[in-house]
Design a protein around this ligand. Structure first.
Ligand code: HEC
Length: 201
């Protein structure tokens, strides 16, 4: 007859034995599916998805959460002049801080710190001078077209669609605008002085 104390003794022994762990033994896998998950290689056949491939592409026109969908195609540069406008209002601190930082990091190497088209690459003759922001036609270039150029690039200038996000693109363009306004403000007294001197002649 199995007595109560026999059971207690057995449980005690079982308890002691079950706690022995050999670190070199992986132990028993009761649910191997959970222990060893099946990994698929990117693009390998997979019957679960519609196109039969792991990493199914998102449907056309999908936009990531919090991402921005640019509505124009590369060829619609003219349309950008009126269709695209800056939705953000940045403070002077943001423009002079983060905006300037982004400009110096990404753009000044060609466009120059002042935006005159005399960046470092131009000075060491590795790149032909881009047009100056401070004179026409760039001085009054519509902001939408500037943004379009950042999205798709233009001739010798590459796209910044992947380097900068929507907000950063407008922030850096706001800094470009502030460079232009500073240059215009600086040239005004000079022109006024000139008119004055012609008057006195
Ligand atoms: C590799 C050199 C290079 C870099 C870096 C560069 N640009 Fe340009 N950018 C150019 C050239 C060249 C043009 C003239 C394109 C044309 O009209 O042929 C240009 C044109 C522009 C224009 C005028 C666009 C228009 O629609 O006419 C803007 C605005 C501009 N760049 C802003 C930027 C900003 C902002 C950055 C940084 C995020 C930047 N660029 C980085 C070379 C560069």
């Amino acid at each position: 007859m199995l007595k109560r104390y026999h059971i207690i003794f057995l449980l005690f022994i079982l308890g002691c034995v079950s706690c022995i762990r050999d670190p070199k033994q992986p132990g028993r896998a009761y649910m191997p599916d959970m222990q060893y998950s099946t990994a698929y290689d990117a693009g390998s056949p997979n019957p679960i998805f519609k196109d039969g491939k792991t990493d199914e592409l998102a449907p056309p026109g999908s936009v990531g959460v919090g991402k921005y969908l640019y509505p124009l195609a590369d060829s619609e540069y003219e349309k950008a002049a009126t269709a695209i406008t800056n939705p953000f209002t940045f403070t002077k601190e943001q423009i002079e801080g983060e905006g300037k930082h982004l400009f110096l990091m990404n753009c000044a190497i060609c466009h120059g710190e002042k935006g005159d088209g005399q960046g470092h690459l131009v000075q060491i003759q590795k790149f032909p001078p881009p047009p100056s922001y401070l004179i026409e036609p760039l001085l009054s270039k519509p902001e939408g077209q500037r943004y379009h150029t950042l999205m798709y690039g233009k001739n010798m200038m590459g796209s910044y669609a992947s380097q900068l996000d929507h907000r950063e693109r407008w922030l850096v363009l706001s800094y470009v605008k502030s460079l232009q306004m500073a240059a215009v403000a600086q040239s005004k007294p000079a022109t006024a002085a000139k008119t004055d001197s012609t008057k006195t002649k």
